[in-house]
Design a protein. Structure first.
Length: 420
């Protein structure tokens, strides 16, 4: 039997941890920091890593004094907040344990890599609740929200089945938006649904690339401009795919007409604010489940998503400045995410990418592209402007939060940097 070199395995564990983080949608700075902490804990000296969007280049010196290096390519990202949290916890564990062996770490990394997938029934329930709750949160009636929920469930079932054979994200997004458009038009044609535009918008919330957009802003704030631009272009391409799916499908349906008006509703009472707030909280938890967030954070996520949306709704009743309406709740969500990440000893990404999701200007960009495709250029220009203003407000809130230094009372020094 061939004897393995135990000293080289520590380095391999560090690389594997970085690869899992990147595959799961972690930010570049988090990947680099976690790898450095794990290298120090596993006694890989003079460790250096350069991480880009799809690859890791690293080098170090093992316990025999030998120089080791690796260039690792990373496959397409599939956001998994649970894996990010698990690698972060493992990094903290081996740092505190001091004498962890490469074999132990490798075994735990393998368990993280092959985490148990959620049952299909639970995933479909999350699609149902996410679409229905977000539809109500943005202003749909109870009946239209139920229609969105049913459409979301069907779309989830289609995507889960088609996803076994098609791995291209853009194509899956087009298929998902096409399914939404067909079902929404048929439901409204049958007289069940009332507002086709709001039904479609509510369900499309499930396809909006909120986490990708948030990560792109965080990369820009860390001066990782190349990765930030790549993620931003990925988010924009997803929005274009959504618009294309809706516009092309509507054209193919003989009984459907393109939407050429603004879909918006007013807030008539404080009880409506309460109802939309609760639904936003439930929708945030459903969205977090689809991104594999650990269940122990669901209550925090639901409350944070609900309160952030409530702040937006209350401000919308008195003000009409988009930058103000987005900045205040986004700053609240970002600051609270930072505080919770330190208190719960987990990455801020788990809280930020989910709680800030309803504020992400993905729907505005979808509307802009859609109206451009259908020739309604005036509305398209207005939504493009709103989209960039919202993006700026969210980016500003995240950058400000990055400067906040929160330290727990009893917490290992390097663990806090890994958690934030």
């Amino acid at each position: 039997m061939k004897e393995t070199n135990p000293c080289s395995e520590e380095f391999d564990c560090v690389i594997e941890a970085g690869k899992i983080l990147m595959e799961s949608g972690a930010e570049i700075y988090r990947v680099e920091e976690t790898m450095r902490h794990m290298a120090a804990s596993l006694e890989v000296n003079h460790f250096h890593a350069y991480v880009v969007n799809r690859g890791i280049t690293a080098s170090g010196v093992n316990c025999k004094g030998e120089r080791v290096a690796s260039v690792t390519s990373v496959p397409e990202t599939n956001i998994h907040l649970g894996k990010i949290e698990a690698v972060n916890a493992l990094s903290r564990e081996i740092e505190q344990k001091k004498n962890a062996t490469a074999e132990e770490v490798a075994t735990k990394l393998q368990a993280i890599e092959y985490m148990e997938k959620p049952h299909l029934a639970a995933v479909l329930i999350a699609y149902f609740l996410g679409a229905g709750c977000f539809s109500y949160a943005i202003g749909s009636t109870a009946l239209d929200s139920l229609c969105s929920a049913v459409i979301g469930l069907v779309m989830g079932l289609v995507l889960e089945w088609v996803g076994r054979y098609i791995k291209t994200g853009v194509l899956l997004t087009i298929i998902g938006s096409a399914v939404i458009t067909v079902l929404a038009n048929y439901i409204c044609l049958s007289g069940i649904g009332e507002h086709r535009g709001l039904i479609i918008l509510g369900t499309l919330m499930l396809l909006v690339p909120g986490a990708t957009f948030t990560n792109s802003v965080r990369e820009f704030s860390q001066n990782n401009h190349a990765t930030g631009l790549t993620l931003l272009m990925s988010a924009l391409l997803t929005c274009i795919a959504i618009s294309s799916g809706v516009a092309l499908t509507t054209d193919l349906l003989p009984f459907a007409e393109q939407m050429t008006s603004v879909f918006s509703t007013s807030i008539d009472s404080i009880w409506e604010v309460v109802g939309r707030t609760v639904m936003a909280g439930v929708g945030t938890v459903a969205f977090a489940y689809l991104f594999h967030a650990p269940k122990k954070y669901f209550l925090d996520l639901g409350i944070l998503g609900a309160v952030s949306w409530m702040i937006y709704l209350l401000l919308a009743m008195k003000f009409d400045m988009v930058v103000f309406l987005i900045f205040v709740p986004a700053l609240f969500a970002a600051v609270m995410s930072r505080i919770l990440s330190v208190k719960r000893k987990c990455p801020i990404t788990i809280f930020l990418s989910t709680s800030i999701f309803p504020l992400i200007p993905g729907l505005s960009f979808y509307r802009a592209i859609y109206f451009f495709m259908t020739g309604t250029t005036a509305l398209a220009g207005a939504y493009i402007q709103s989209c960039f203003i919202s993006a700026f407000a969210i980016a500003l809130s995240i950058v400000i939060t990055q400067e906040i230094r929160v330290r727990p009372k009893k917490h290992h020094s390097s663990s806090s940097s890994s958690a934030s």
